[in-house]
Write a protein that binds this ligand. Sequence first.
Ligand code: CAA
Length: 686
Amino acid sequence: MSSPPTKVWEHPDISSTQIESFRKLANERHGLNLRDYHDLWRWSTEKESLNDFWLLLWEFTQVRASVHPTYAITASETSRLTPTPTWFPEARLNFAQNILESAYAPADHSATPVLTAIREGAGEIEHVSLSQLRRRVGRLSNALTRAGVRKLDRVAFVGANSIDTFVALLAAAAIGATFTCCSPEMGEKGILDRFLQVKPKVLFADDWVLYNGKRIPCLEKAKKVAVRLRRDAGLQDLIVVPRFGGDSLNLNRAQSDSSFHTLDSFTAGAPDDLTFAQLEFAHPLVVVYSSGTTGQPKCLVHTLGGVLLKQKVEQILGIDMTRSSVYLQYTTTNWIMYLYSVSGLLSGARSILYDGSPVKPSPLILLQILAAQRVTHFGTSAHYLSLLEQAGISKRDLPAGLDALKVITSTGSVLTEPQYYWVYKTFGPVQLSSIAGGTDIAGAFVHGTPSLPIYAGWCQARALGMKVQIFSDDGEPIEATGEPGELVCTAPFPSQPAFFWGDEGGKRYKAAYFERFPGIWHQGDYIRMDPATQGIAFLGRSDGVLNPSGVRFGSAEIYNTLNIFSSIEDSLCVGQRRPQDRDERVLLFVKMKPGHTLDHKLKKAIETRIRQDLSPRHVPKFIFETPDIPITVNGKKTELPVKKIVSGQSITPSSTIANPASLKWYEQFARLDGDGVGGAKVASKL
Ligand SMILES: CC(=O)CC(=O)SCCNC(=O)CCNC(=O)[C@H](O)C(C)(C)COP(=O)(O)OP(=O)(O)OC[C@H]1O[C@@H](n2cnc3c(N)ncnc32)[C@H](O)[C@@H]1OP(=O)(O)O
């Protein structure tokens, strides 16, 4: 990308946007002369003005609180990210109250829908008004209290992106319990690897899921998970949520156990009045999960204030969401984008919860929903946009009614330069913001803004309040040079995780982000900045984390699943994305014990095991037998050099690799085609 970036969009009237009002207010209030987004970004991230920025944001976005703060952070804490600084220590507030009693809420609480749930295929649509939502959250929060759930207890859910999951999150938040969830396609082991660590007091679970036109039963899995959690983690109740109405035969049978409820039996007789516990800013709102190349998934605890402010700044200032916006973020409950979907109401927008495949029964289905619901803000992924393009969708195929669309945000993986041209040719002038960040920060490091133009192939800007810099391998800031390097964050921000659940002494937290460059947040993304526009390009993960179709997970989960195969000595799982590939695919290499080979039967058994234990999305694209796995002199297997080699990059093996000769064998996989056939040696293995 050496030629100057091509401008593809700019806002027709920047003066009408909320970020402009905010910039003017900052100037007025603090006697400043911030002229544009870049000035505002600098002010929002410098240690002298961090406090002023976040405090003004609190006021501007009308945070609802019983005790409002007089400051955001003390001067002595503005220069460090670890241990996590204390933000807004005086404030007392509640996340659910900020959603259900938002200053931006529609005036008519009983008639205007604030939430809409749509099932795959658009067959079933349910609208909920604010009054209805309050009653449902009130009833469930009272039922939880009646069941003995208290502040800081964990409430877990294995469920789809539905109104019931949404209500459970808010009900837990209302009483100060901490919510955590997994999507129903996740396998029993994947769920247990997470929930056994956080020890929920109650577990909600959908009984069925509909995806790709298939109805898949989930009740048996939920019961097995509950039995194990009850035995080993103190689970009290299992509450089954019937997804297709009524009590199925299964539910009635299972109800003979008094700790087994349906949602109706659990809430029966509970009053629907609402009280909101007034909590500290740093109170744990949710636990989310991130897996790496070793160990169990990490349990990241996000605070109520951190999620609240991060979502507000992105939605209100980043993409100009207002009370008249309609927001659909395509997500499962496994991804951090689920928090975006929930948070749509914080800016007064109506949020649409879509549950199912976005491309079944037809690639146009989601676009038809956007048109019918007059969606203004659509959150999606580079992978989805690529599926539409591959399906040959063009402007003339679009359903009427898409003219309400103002913003498309894309995440998960890199939105390529040609994709920008395709989106503009197809959808016309929208703010197409490629955003990137993650589970780690409950939001984005790099975000959109109506204040700046969009250039094809470039994310618009570093997000307000996030002091993103680019470091060379030696830890020197190099963003001004245009050279690629590591994404780091050098100033504290409120949506840092408070801690990792069960991580006594914070060792895992520190190892996850603060060891590569001591004391500096290191994200594991390789990026570069265009010095002229300050746009950011993402070049891929700089660690071994996998990201097929924009769904990010760690190879450790695959390794843990393979433990049961006694004929396998070791394995290595890497992502492959060569310059010509639209998407990353996962390659699994297994080293067999002497006297064993990887045959078709074992391959199928591995695939089935991964599918059942983790999810269908975790199944590798290809599995190969390898003669050797590169390891470091400390005996740790090392993914990164293999990932680079199979992605077509040439590397100089580091001196820390004990068996560098093993790397040569992997070079043939850079020629692997779509059917798994590459060079002669690969073909002979199949
Ligand atoms: C700010 C940030 O930086 C935050 C982030 O990045 S958060 C991460 C964001 N990530 C994304 O948005 C991911 C984007 N990707 C997608 O949405 C999906 O890839 C896609 C829906 C567009 C297309 O999906 P796909 O990969 O082609 O296939 P998909 O439909 O998901 O299915 C894969 C398999 O999982 C199964 N599956 C998926 N969901 C399921 C469910 N709920 N129940 C049961 N099975 C399910 C499917 O049936 C399928 O199984 P088979 O292999 O047996 O057919």
